[in-house]
Design a protein around this ligand. Structure first.
Ligand code: ADP
Ligand code: ZN
Ligand code: ZN
Length: 757
């Protein structure tokens, strides 16, 4: 038995990414299982390669010359490091995302689990994160490999050298050079450690009696868990405003699922931003909960993972990558705040956690529960069309009341001669708030650089005639006049001299940046203490959290920031929330802009008046009658949805159609652009060759990304649209596999990217 095994290579290029057969030497037959990590000889390589065992064929498959089959060199792991389900998931990921099986497994399994073979694991971290970030920005680094390593460590803080080599596709030599130049440093980690200090002590909490609506939701979920079968999706959308008791439904449903002997996976956008949720879970379920968060030390994560794998913990809560947690006998998967972008991975493999959750739910016969106050349009559409069941929680549990929302017509302000970024009303509200020792939050567009063009008189906005999304100004890296561009079809346009609607000449790029707002507040209120939170101020390790904590401690009167400040925090002293240019939110040039704008405005409204004092929300807009602004002011999700879904359908946007993006990055503008152009030509040829299949595919020419250069790397891409996601995937993958890419240019393929910038 087990005389032969099949493996996939852990670090293979796409070309070698398939099952390979090896003979299992007698001595290893007892210690090799599906999911074991092994070393195998490969080709002419001097060193054996790491591989995962995926199966045991009865006989070597036909066509093999027994004499040529090589032997497994060594077994690295004591027992499996991946489950059979994860191997199946990996092949599904390979089919959907442009990645290898090894990429998929590496995304699933914590590095410490794969770095088996010794307890001491060599790790690397940045010597100084701020300096490293500056180094990236300076453009002094000429090696893309070095850039990739630094970017990886900026994101993950520390990682095992093995993982860095894999994820950044570099050799140990690159790491050694970086260490010699004092950019990174090595250290050793013992991989096993007690995890008792990872879980905070908490008081056991009492379970409230569920309300009628909660009861109904819990019972429906429980019934579905009982009747769910493998191979069929059972999905719910738990729809209710913040404070309507969604979390309580997750908790009590979990209890029922546990009682039925099944396990539970709960995904949250980011653990550090959702302390209440984890606290409540731990207080209710104690030791039965494993928290997988990014701040966990590798040792802690390893320990948690092993306990989950061993079936010792039945509940796992974590952010995006926790969707891969090796729970067996899954009964329920919850995705809280399902609209959040953090569920979409921006690094290879660019998976979407909700897709993975659906696949796992189907494989396991588990129930999927998506929760939100402002679901994605495509999620609500699923419920409307019978692909999921909606569970409504119509009321808030405690009536601390909704904040009052007022929309300010900025056209009237301009007409009165107020050209400032603050309306008179907002300025007055700010004075009032600061004088009373209360706090205010001011939100701006998440992308300070994307500027839309509007008419100040009538509110007309420049849009693409073909795609019906706002055009945004494209920064020219060489300076000079910026052009207006559509990010989907790459159409260019000049800013007209007169407004085509009202003839006014008051046409202008619109929208202030966070820094400008901060300066304006300080100019008007010299004594106000202001905190600013955006990508520039949160580059370091914990500054994101630190800024929010400082604001919570009332170390500032006003917090200015991008959408990051709207999430998850309960500030009891905040009584004013303002959104400066709602139109700028609507004009990001992405088809999801209305959805994001609505979510952000609703979240911001939810931020004001969480305490006992009544909150006020000010929305400034030049298009105060825009349906999104009106729906947000009325806090009416379904009014928003009804209009937006019509637009989506007419324009064939999600869920009626899909967008694919092949993005190229490189130091050389010429090479990067060439690679994108070659991709375009190849894709166009594929479309011609396979005629019928791609008859409705829309391929846009290669073009620079809206931000053409980031961290001294140029970015070019090719956008494709199709009603079938599978078609898109096929076209992009085949094209990519056919293409010879110049050295130093990387390619990422994204289906339905969250952002097209
Ligand atoms: P959501 O997740 O929708 O924001 P939560 O479940 O956090 O809502 O509920 C909001 C608040 O109401 C929490 O403080 C929670 O403890 C409390 N709560 C929830 N359900 C009940 C209930 N049935 N009875 C009393 N209090 C409840
Ligand atoms: Zn006009
Ligand atoms: Zn367009």
């Amino acid at each position: 038995m087990n005389s032969h095994c099949q493996v996939i290579l852990a670090d293979a290029a796409r070309h070698f990414d398939r099952a390979w057969t090896y003979r299992v030497p007698e001595s290893l037959r007892g210690s090799i299982e599906i999911g074991s990590l092994v070393l195998v000889p490969f080709g002419t390589r001097k060193e054996p390669l790491r591989a995962f065992v995926t199966g045991f064929p009865e006989m070597p498959p036909g066509g093999y010359d027994e004499g040529k089959i090589r032997e497994v060199h060594r077994v690295l792991s004591n027992g499996p490091v991946v489950t059979e389900e994860q191997i199946a998931l990996a092949s599904e990921m390979k089919r959907r995302y442009y990645c290898t099986m090894g990429d998929a497994v590496n995304a699933m399994v914590p590095p410490a689990v794969l770095a088996v073979g010794g307890r001491e694991v060599r790790f690397a971290r940045l010597v100084d994160t701020a300096e490293a970030a500056d180094l990236l920005d300076s453009g002094d680094l000429r090696s893309m490999k070095q850039v990739r390593v630094i970017e990886l460590l900026l994101e993950h803080e520390e990682a095992s050298c093995a993982e860095i080599r894999q994820a950044a596709d570099v050799s140990q030599g690159i790491l050694n050079t970086l260490a010699k130049n004092k950019v990174i440093e090595f250290f050793n980690r013992t991989v096993r450690r007690d995890l008792s200090d990872e879980i905070e002590e908490t008081e056991p909490s009492v379970k409230p009696a569920p309300t009628g609506a909660q009861c109904e939701a819990i019972e429906k979920i429980e019934a579905a868990v009982m009747s769910a079968v493998k191979g069929k999706l059972s999905e719910f959308l738990l729809f209710g405003v913040t404070g309507s008791g969604k979390t309580e439904v997750y908790l009590q449903a979990s209890e029922r699922v546990l009682a039925r002997g099944k396990t539970i996976l709960i995904l949250v956008p980011e653990i550090s931003l959702t302390p209440q949720m984890t606290r409540r879970l731990v207080s209710r379920f104690g030791e039965r909960v494993a928290i997988l968060h990014s701040r966990l030390t590798p040792a802690g994560r390893y320990e948690m993972w092993q306990r989950v794998l061993a079936g010792e913990v039945p509940i796992v809560v974590g952010a995006r990558s926790a969707v891969f947690a090796p729970l067996k006998n899954l009964g329920m998967i919850v995705i809280d705040e399902e609209q959040e972008s953090s569920y979409k991975a921006e690094m290879k493999p660019r998976y979407y956690a909700a897709d993975i959750a659906r696949i796992r739910a189907i494989m396991n016969g588990a129930v999927l529960v998506l929760g939100s106050a402002t679901p994605q349009v495509s999620s609500f559409w699923r419920a409307e069309n019978g692909l999921s069941t909606i569970l409504r929680l119509p009321d808030r549990i405690s009536d601390y009341g909704m904040a009052d929302v007022d929309v300010i017509d900025m056209r009237a302000e301009y007409a009165r001669g107020n050209l400032s970024i603050f309306s008179e009303r907002l300025a007055a509200e700010l004075t009032y708030t600061i004088d009373r020792g209360e706090q205010a939050m001011i939100l701006l567009n998440r992308r300070g650089f994307s500027r839309t063009v509007i008419c100040r008189k009538c509110g007309w906005q420049m849009r693409c005639p073909q795609c019906d999304i706002a055009l945004t100004s494209h920064r020219n890296p060489y300076g000079g006049q910026s052009r207006m561009v559509c990010h989907l079809c790459e159409r260019l346009a000049r800013v007209p001299a007169y407004c085509p609607v009202c003839g006014s000449e008051e046409i202008m790029a619109y929208g202030a940046g966070t820094q400008q707002v901060e300066e304006e507040i300080l100019r008007r209120f010299p004594h106000a203490r202001v905190l600013r939170m955006d990508q520039d101020t949160t580059r370091g390790r914990f500054s994101h959290r630190e800024i929010l904590d400082a604001f919570e401690r009332h170390e500032a009167d006003v917090l200015v920031g991008t959408q990051m400040i709207a999430k998850g925090h309960d500030f009891h002293n905040v009584t004013l929330a303002a959104i400066l240019s709602a139109d700028q939110l609507l004009g990001t040039g992405e088809f999801r802009a209305p959805e994001h704008a609505f979510q952000l405005m609703t979240q911001a409204a939810g931020r004001a008046g969480r305490g006992l004092k009544k909150g006020r929300v000010i929305i400034q807009a030049v298009q105060p009658d825009h349906f999104v602004v009106k729906a947000a002011a009325g806090q009416d999700y379904e009014a928003f949805y009804r209009e937006e879904i019509v637009f989506r359908k007419r324009m064939r946007y999600l869920p009626f159609g899909h967008i694919g993006m092949a993005q190229f990055k490189g130091f050389s503008r010429l090479d990067t652009e060439d690679a994108a152009r070659a991709f375009y030509r190849e894709a166009a040829q594929m479309i011609r060759r396979y005629g019928g299949t791609f008859a409705d595919t829309i391929l846009a020419e290669a073009s620079p990304a809206p931000i053409e250069k980031i961290r001294s790397r140029y970015r070019f891409r090719v956008m494709v649209r199709d009603e079938s996601a599978e078609n898109l995937t096929r076209l992009l993958f085949i094209t990519a596999d056919h293409l010879k890419r110049p050295k130093g240019v990387s390619l990422a393929i994204d289906i339905d990217p969250w952002s097209t910038f």
